[in-house]
Design a protein around this ligand. Structure first.
Ligand code: ZN
Length: 203
């Protein structure tokens, strides 16, 4: 399986990183080895002094597809989740400034937290799902999918032009404002509409 990640999909987060509003979604991949194993802590890697959390709504693909029209995209997923796209921001800034790919900063082992999944049918509207991340019991990110620049079905249309989507592939749909640094001993708890879907210890 593969993990397809979207960058700069919420306006407030774009302002926060002083990025330009893109004309197309920013897309990058993480390999399956990036997934943090269930119940394991996240270890801050030794090549970064500035690892950030980015909480994101996840979509799990349930059917193979290519060139999926956004009108039919809803047929390609029936589970919604929540995860963290851990980012070595110092390394990413170095790579960006040289125009180099981001993988070392974004796709390292443990950089993808995938929480428990919820049935899409639980939601009246996937474009109105609220979610939060707490760091040591303080809410640091609060988002709603209604604020996405590209909605879930538009993202599926866009990414499937480039990559065949296969069963089990996961799309990370981008992070809202409030990203920040993690420290040793942090506890990170993610929830969709108040329901806790992961709890991660940082070491
Ligand atoms: Zn992200």
């Amino acid at each position: 399986m593969k993990i397809i990640c979207i960058g700069r999909n919420y306006t407030e987060h774009i302002k926060e990183l002083e990025n330009e509003k893109p004309t197309d979604p920013v897309v990058f991949l993480k390999p399956d080895t990036a997934i943090l194993l269930k119940k394991q802590p996240f270890f801050i890697p030794d090549f970064s002094n500035d690892v950030h959390y980015e909480v994101e709504i996840l979509v799990r693909i349930n059917k193979i597809g290519k060139y999926i029209d956004k009108k039919f995209a809803h047929k390609y997923y029936d589970e919604i989740g929540l995860g963290i796209d851990f980012t070595a921001r110092d390394l990413q800034s170095q790579l960006k400034s040289k125009g180099l790919p981001w993988e070392k900063a974004k796709a390292f082992d443990g950089s993808a937290v995938v929480g428990d999944w919820l049935q899409k049918s639980n939601f009246a509207d996937v474009n109105n799902i609220s979610f939060t991340l707490e760091q040591n019991e303080k809410t640091v990110q609060a988002g709603n999918t209604s604020h996405m620049l590209w909605k879930i079905d538009e993202l599926i249309e866009y990414v499937s032009k480039y990559f065949t989507l296969k069963i089990g592939d996961i799309i990370f749909t981008g992070t809202p404002a409030g990203v920040g640094k993690v420290s040793i001993n942090d506890q990170l708890v993610g929830a969709i509409e108040g329901q806790q879907l992961f709890s991660i210890k940082v070491k």
